[in-house]
Design a protein around this ligand. Structure first.
Ligand code: OAD
Length: 229
């Protein structure tokens, strides 16, 4: 059988793709949510009650992420983008910048970005941030918060994402447990719109809407899979 030629590719990545770079996932043993109460460090209410603790948590995550490097899976997705050009979109739930540092250009960080902070003023200025969050907004002096989507908040660019999911013919989700909506529902949207859906992960993800499952570490299976396209 001839391999199918795909015209438009949408990829969704999660914490598993950065695991081999040394960034802990959320739900695996030793993951971030095992060590930190989600309701404190990943909700707007937690930030109101414990601002110092939340700021420290994200400062630490920034420092850790800056010490890590992209791995073979991140670089393989750069190659895939080079092949498909404007018919490629990489949606990531990850807030690290490893896709961007590897060289991916068409990246949509739907859960925000660790290396940005946003002010609480009316204009919501977004400022680049290395290691530690600044005390106040350099533009309007308002207080600042991490530029991260917390539980109860709506991820970025959802209209654009649904437009891309319903117009692609290949959708792959990589290194994500499928535990958090709306991202967990993307495969269903893409599948019902006619796309071929592939899962690349250490463990099989239940819930259907997947045509192909490729099991293994992202750094090993993603480069091989990209070569087949
Ligand atoms: P999870 O920690 O829930 O899932 C990571 C997945 O990656 C699991 O299915 C692992 O089996 C798999 N995995 C681990 N190491 C891997 C490797 N080397 N290669 C391939 N797969 C591997 O992380 P996410 O699904 O990304 O949201 O979590 C989704 C969202 O939940 C995050 O974006 C975050 C969190 O709450 C926010 O903070 C808004």
């Amino acid at each position: 059988m001839e391999p199918k030629q795909f015209k438009k590719v949408v990829i969704l990545t999660g914490a598993g793709i950065s695991a081999e770079s040394g960034i802990p996932t959320f739900r695996d043993s030793g993951g971030l949510w095992e060590n930190e109460p989600v309701e404190v460090v990943a909700t707007p209410e937690g930030f109101v009650k414990h601002p110092e603790r939340v700021i420290d948590f994200y400062n630490k995550r920034r420092q850790d992420a800056l010490r890590c490097e992209p791995n073979a899976a991140h670089y393989a997705l750069v190659k895939l983008e080079e092949k498909f050009g404007d018919n490629f979109l990489l949606i990531t739930q990850n807030v690290d910048d490893l896709h961007q540092r590897a060289g991916s250009k068409r990246v949509l960080p739907m859960h925000g970005e660790l290396l940005k902070v946003r002010c609480l003023g009316a204009a919501e200025h977004v400022i680049e941030c290395k290691e530690n969050q600044p005390e106040e907004c350099p533009v309007c002096k308002a207080k600042m918060r991490p530029h991260i989507v917390w539980f109860g908040e709506i991820p970025f660019e959802m209209d654009r994402i649904y437009g891309e999911l319903t117009s692609c013919d290949l959708f792959a989700y990589i290194g994500t447990s499928g535990a958090v909506y709306p991202a967990a529902g993307f495969r269903q949207v893409a599948k019902q719109a006619g796309a071929h859906v592939v899962c690349l992960n250490l463990e099989e993800i239940s819930g259907g809407y997947t045509d192909e499952f490729i099991k293994g570490k992202a750094g090993e299976i993603v480069p091989k899979w990209v070569q087949t396209l």
